[in-house]
Design a protein around this ligand. Structure first.
Ligand code: ATP
Length: 273
């Protein structure tokens, strides 16, 4: 159906304040915010604004959040689609969808196009595939490359994409004039986790003893998505016990539950390739 082609958000409310940690990533994308706000300032000496940047890092580390914050900070629309939506698609649909996306984005420029899981479209062509099995994915990738080459950045469209598998990407995507900037988004260290906890604790009713530092120390290896999940679980656990506020015990239970969920997930997911 037409509605499922891609997502478009005209008014993005997320800003850099919603993105905890990721200081280097924020620093890099701030430049893109400036381009979007004031393109002529950058082009008047003859320079070309980059077309796109690739956000590289493990799942749940805030890549989508950061991309959205760029749109929110610049006050521009956010168009998004996920590479995984293109798997098992009918012939011609993927390429048409990409063309449609770029057409609409150009009409709404300045704006951001965000492609999540770009590796699902952008795997290097013909590499280790059953012949003929992935023609449609290749068509989609080719149309993406054509679209990226076919507009100038004066049009005010900047493309951000995210992946946790940069190693499988077709090198054509990384050529100058395409995703020529790469920004790495890592899992948070203990300080980063404390900052992420602080963002997600803010809207909750907490007991006075609650200590974000301790929570950060108890969640090594957690990405932002898991921390957000812990905070929500803790609120639900406390509510189920008819508590008026959430205490450290509730967080302890929530952390155990999220760790349990992760272990289950890791058992089900088979190692890739
Ligand atoms: P994926 O690769 O799985 O798409 P992602 O890197 O795009 O993951 P997001 O979708 O941005 O991750 O993160 C999921 C959620 O986790 C966010 O909506 C937010 O609630 C929380 N989160 C992740 N990272 C951060 C962060 N740095 N600061 C605050 N919240 C975060």
């Amino acid at each position: 159906s037409k509605a499922a082609l891609f997502d478009a958000e005209n008014k993005v409310k997320i800003t850099f304040a919603d993105v905890a940690g990721l200081e280097e990533g924020k620093e890099e994308v701030k430049e893109i915010v400036d381009f979007l706000k004031n393109p002529t300032k950058f082009t008047k000496l003859g320079g070309k604004i980059p077309k796109g940047a690739l956000l590289i890092g493990p799942p749940g580390t805030g890549k989508t959040l950061l991309a959205k914050a760029v749109a929110g900070e610049a006050g521009v629309p956010f168009f998004s689609l996920s590479g995984s939506d293109f798997v098992e698609m009918f012939v011609g649909v993927g390429a048409a969808r990409v063309r449609d996306l770029f057409k609409q984005a150009k009409e709404k420029a300045p704006c951001i196009i965000f492609i999540d899981e770009i590796d699902a479209i952008g795997r290097s062509r013909g590499r280790g595939q059953i012949p003929g099995a992935n023609d449609e994915r290749e068509n989609t990738l080719n149309s993406l490359l054509v679209e990226m080459d076919g507009f100038s950045t004066d049009s005010g469209v900047i493309i951000l994409a995210a992946t946790n598998r940069p190693d499988v990407l077709d090198s054509a995507l990384l050529r100058p004039g395409r995703f020529d900037r790469q920004i790495s988004i890592d899992k948070p260290d203990i300080v980063g986790r404390e900052q992420i906890f602080n963002v997600h604790l803010k809207p909750l009713k907490l007991s006075k003893e609650l200590d974000a530092k301790k929570l950060a120390a108890q969640t090594p290896g957690f990405a932002g998505a898991e921390i957000a999940n812990v905070c929500n679980e803790a609120a639900l656990i406390a509510a189920r016990k008819d508590k008026q506020e959430i205490d450290m015990n509730d967080f302890q239970d929530a952390i155990d539950r999220v760790i349990g969920g992760l272990e289950k997930k890791n058992k089900i997911i088979s190692p890739e390739e």
